[in-house]
Write a new protein. Structure first.
Length: 297
């Protein structure tokens, strides 16, 4: 086992309002670790220098918007999953001093869907809206679900086609959103639409009522899309379960031990001003997060 990292950081731009320090530090305290998880705002122009310098210090951490693709290029070695997605959200330094880039967003998404559906996804039709790095993580997860087919639609059609071609075993691109959603069992928003608290990627009234809805965006009081879908009686969750789960797996990668997930969720709920001891949020009864700033898992 390698030595613990010298530091733990979140690198992004901006990062000031991320929930990750809140729940990672709760888990570190619960473990009795002296490490403190810091958020570092790194402008794109200096990301390469900062990332390499942190590697030389044997630091570890997370990478978020807009640096995930750059981190994949700058890592010395990628896990097969990070290679497949083309994006790194978790990094550490191995015994030989190499920066290893991984992607735990895939696990975070997979875990959020299992919780929402109440079972392992299999033989389902997925409509995926968006074609950026977050959408690639969704496809890497869906690629492992038996009998699954994903219709990808994006505002810029060429990006949907390029992404679907990278995951040709499970995905195809659709030119029209209506065709992508028509027979979907699961509809995923992997765009940034909704971060402003108003926009929705597609009217839930147009979705099959049996469909489950996963929004990768999270924001105080949940997203409008998730609220609208629930008000139609549909199962829906925002990006918070994915955020916590990607962080829990990252924690395990850095420290070789699983975090106390209940400590993580308790910290998220306290930040949100929810009474301690309230039941852990579940996908079908998520606690709103009025104290938290918006983000994307
Ligand atoms: P990420 O890594 O978070 O996925 P990204 O690679 O910048 O970020 O991708 C953002 C996604 O949100 C893209 O699918 C983008 O669509 P385009 O490829 O057409 O740009 C989508 N997106 C962002 N703003 C949008 C909007 N107002 N309407 C529709 N899609 C939007």
């Amino acid at each position: 086992m390698t030595a613990p990292p010298s530091r733990l950081l979140l690198l992004g731009h901006p990062v000031a309002h991320s929930l990750s320090p809140t729940f990672q530090n709760a888990a570190l305290r619960r473990l009795g670790s002296p490490l403190v998880y810091e958020a570092l705002d790194v402008p794109p122009a200096s990301f390469g220098d900062v990332f390499r310098a942190l590697g030389a210090q044997r630091a570890a951490g997370n990478v978020t918007v807009p640096h995930k693709a750059a981190a994949a290029t700058l890592s010395d070695r990628l896990t097969p999953l990070a290679e497949r997605v083309g994006a790194v959200n978790t990094f550490w330094v191995d015994a030989g001093g190499a920066i290893v880039g991984d992607n735990t967003d895939v696990h975070g998404f997979d875990s959020a869907v299992r919780e929402l559906l109440g079972r392992a996804p299999a033989n389902i039709r997925v409509a995926l809206i968006g074609a950026g790095g977050a959408a690639a993580a969704v496809l890497a997860a869906a690629d492992r679900w038996p009998g699954c087919a994903v219709a990808v639609w994006n505002r810029t059609a060429a990006r949907a086609q390029a992404l679907a071609a990278r995951f040709a075993g499970v995905a195809h691109a659709e030119d029209f959103l209506a065709d992508a959603i028509r027979r979907a069992d699961l509809v995923v928003n992997a765009t940034s639409v909704g971060l402003d608290g108003q926009g929705i990627p597609v009217d839930p009234a147009l979705l099959p009522r049996r469909a489950a809805v996963v929004d990768l965006v999270y924001r105080p009081g949940e997203t409008t899309w998730v609220r609208l879908a629930r008000s139609r009686g549909m199962r829906a969750c925002d990006g918070l379960p994915m955020l916590v789960e990607q962080g829990a797996l990252a924690f395990e990668r850095w420290l070789g031990v699983a975090p106390d997930r209940s400590a993580m969720w308790e910290a998220v709920r306290q930040k949100a001003g929810v009474a301690p001891g309230a039941p852990a949020p579940r996908a079908d009864a998520r606690v709103a997060t009025p104290g938290a700033e918006p983000g994307k898992a």
